[in-house]
Design a protein around this ligand. Structure first.
Ligand code: ZN
Length: 291
């Protein structure tokens, strides 16, 4: 499993060089793990950034290709000068399908690593591909899964602590498709955010699907949200939608030739919008569940 030091290395050399060049006494060390003997540094206070108002967005998802759920708005925020980091938790080694015929395992994980970098390059975001084991070692039972998920939780904490984002987007309880990794990554991010009061205000968002866009009553229960909960509808341009189509083309191991047409037919892509639900952070202490 790659640790954060290794992941930071995976950021493009040019971008990392810029970060390191900007890094001075305001920089914070990224914690060393697994006997790491060098320390990457990332500017956390933004003094060295292009403007004092530069925002940082973290998008945190489970697998290579999950970023398609929000790809056009990642492109939008890059266009607006936001520093966008895309965190992908797993290596996707189990992402087999009929169209590719590829076998699960290290070979597929390597293909998906390259596809993920292709996607990040098209979006203009910095990729932190953590490469935890697909399905988070759930097949190994409690003793396999628990150390793995706890390690992921601590690494997500390190990333948030280091990047000091203004906003985070991840999966909500539906996990978009109900996939267990999606729901676990969303829950991981939520727990880490709740674990402390952050120095800088941090807005947490879950990507969602309006129930009225889903036809099947069962699917509405499994994956839909009433629109009243989805109070953010972030729109994007035709060009940013094209960038998302290019991202789809990166993930050749996952999508066949008909995938682009299916994507174009989706209501949200026709609307050119991504729906989000903001995690509520009420102020004050109540003494009744009915208040
Ligand atoms: Zn996924």
């Amino acid at each position: 499993m790659k640790n954060l030091k290794t992941v930071i290395k995976s950021i493009s050399v040019v971008a990392l060089s810029v970060l390191l060049f900007q890094c001075n006494m305001s920089c914070k060390d990224i914690p060393k793990k697994d006997g790491a003997d060098t320390t990457a540094k990332v500017d956390t206070q933004k003094e060295g950034a292009s403007t004092s108002t530069e925002k940082t967005l973290l998008a945190i998802f489970a697998h290579p290709d999950d970023e398609l759920t929000v790809a056009p708005i990642l492109a939008k925020y890059v266009d607006e000068g936001v520093k966008v980091y895309l965190v992908i938790a797993t290596d996707g080694r189990y992402g087999t399908n009929e169209h590719s015929g590829l076998k699960a395992g290290d070979g597929l994980a390597a293909i998906r690593r390259a596809e993920m970098q292709c996607s990040a390059d098209h979006l203009g975001v910095e990729l932190l591909h953590l490469e935890y084991h697909d399905q988070l070692r759930s097949a190994e039972g409690y003793d396999g899964h628990m150390p793995h998920i706890k390690s992921l939780m601590k690494e997500v904490h390190s990333i948030i602590d280091t990047m000091q984002p203004d906003a985070i987007i991840t999966f909500g309880p539906d996990g978009w498709s109900n996939h267990m990794d999606h729901r676990l990554v969303g829950a991981t991010v939520t727990q880490v955010v709740l674990s402390q009061l952050w120095t800088k205000p941090l807005n947490l968002y879950y990507v969602g699907t309006p129930s009225d866009l889903l036809d099947d009553p069962e699917i509405k229960i499994l994956r839909g949200q009433d629109r009243s909960y989805l109070t953010y509808k972030v729109t994007y341009t035709d060009e940013q939608r094209e960038q998302a189509y290019n991202v789809l083309a990166c993930h050749k191991s996952q999508f066949g030739e008909d995938a682009l047409e299916r994507m174009k037919a989706r209501d949200t892509y026709k609307e050119k919008a991504v729906y989000l639900r903001k995690f509520a952070h009420p102020v004050g202490l109540k003494n009744s569940v009915f208040e």
